[in-house]
Design a protein around this ligand. Sequence first.
Ligand code: HMG
Ligand code: MG
Length: 305
Amino acid sequence: MNQPALPTKVKIVEVGPRDGLQNEKEALSADVKVELVERLARAGFVNVEAAAFVSPKWVPQMATSAEVLARIARQPGTIYSALVPNMQGFEAALAGGADEVVVFGAASEAFSQKNINCSIAESIARFEPVARAAKEHGLRLRGSISTAFGCPYQGEVPLDAVGDVVARMRDLGCDEIDIADTIGVSTARKTQAVMLRAAREFPIAQLAGHFHDTYGQALANIYAAMEVGVAIFHSSVAGLGGCPYAKGATGNVATEDVLYLMQGLGIETGVDLDQVVDAGLFISQQLGRKSISRAGNAIAAKRAG
Ligand code: HMG
Ligand code: MG
C-alpha cells in the first residue's frame, strides 16, 4: 500500500508561556513564567513563544511580558517570540529583546473585531509598519491567522478567506505563517484542504499548524497536515491554554502528546520529552491542577511506579 511520505524532521514551537498562560484566571508571577520559559528552552525547543505585548486591560496575564523577556537566561540558538498587535507592541518587544515578532490577524471578520478590535484590512494596515520595523531591526516576522478552520461567531470560514489573509501576510514579508484552529473544530480532511489552499499562496515548508484541542482532533489534524507537507507545529506544555476571545476554546494540543507521536513515528524534533514532562508537572503544580497531557500523565505515572 502506498502511504504519503511524512517529514523526517519537524519544528515544534512551544506556545504554552503565551497562548497557554494568557487565559489563566489566577495571575502567575513573573518568577514562575521565567522558570517555565527557561525549562522549555533547555528541553530543546528552537522557538518558544514567551510574551505578548498587548493591552493589559484586554489580556491581564500578559502584563508581565517585559519583565519575563528581560529576566530569562537566554539559551543560545533559541528564538524567543512575542505577539505584537501594533507599533506600541513592537517597540516593547524590541526593547525586551524578542527575536521574533508575531502579528496576529484572523480569517473571519467577526473574530478580528472581537480579538483585536478592527477589521482584517485595518489589521493588515497596522501590521505594515510593524513588518517594516521588524525587517529594519533584523527580527524574524511571523504571521498568525486565527479562525482558519471555523469561527465561534461566524461559523464556516471559506477556504479563499484563508488564502486571502495568507497572501496579505506573505506580502508583509512574513518568514512563517501560522494557520490556526482557534476553537479546535477542524477534522483531518478539512485540515488538509485548508493547508493546501494556504500553500497556494505561501511555501508549505513555512506554514505552521496551530491546533487547539477543543474537540480532541488536534493530533489527527497534525498527522493529516504532515501528510500534505506541513512540518511546523505549535503546542503547549501540559495542554495549557485557550483564547480569551473564543469562549469555550480549550488549550493547544499538549506538547508532550505531540512529542510522543513524533517519537513513535521516528520524526526528529530535537526536543527532550522527559524534560518537557517535568516542565508540565512544574507548571501544573503552580496552577494547582493536573496536567491535561495524556502522554505527560502516563509518563509521570510510570515514573512513580
Ligand atoms: P484598542 O482599544 O482598539 O486600541 O485595542 P487603541 O490603540 O485604541 O488603544 C487602547 C488602549 O490600549 C490604550 O491605553 C493603549 O495605550 C493600549 P489607554 O489609553 O486606554 O490606557 N494599547 C496597548 N497597551 C499595551 N500594548 C499594546 C497596546 N496597544 C494599545 N500593544 C488592541 C487594540 C489590539 C491593543 C487590543 O485589542 C488588544 O490588546 N487585544 C488583545 C488581543 C489578544 O492578545 N488576544 C489573544 C492573543 S491572539 C490568540 O490567542 C490567537 C492565536 O493563539 C492563534 C489562534 O489560536 O487563533 C495567536
Ligand atoms: Mg491559539
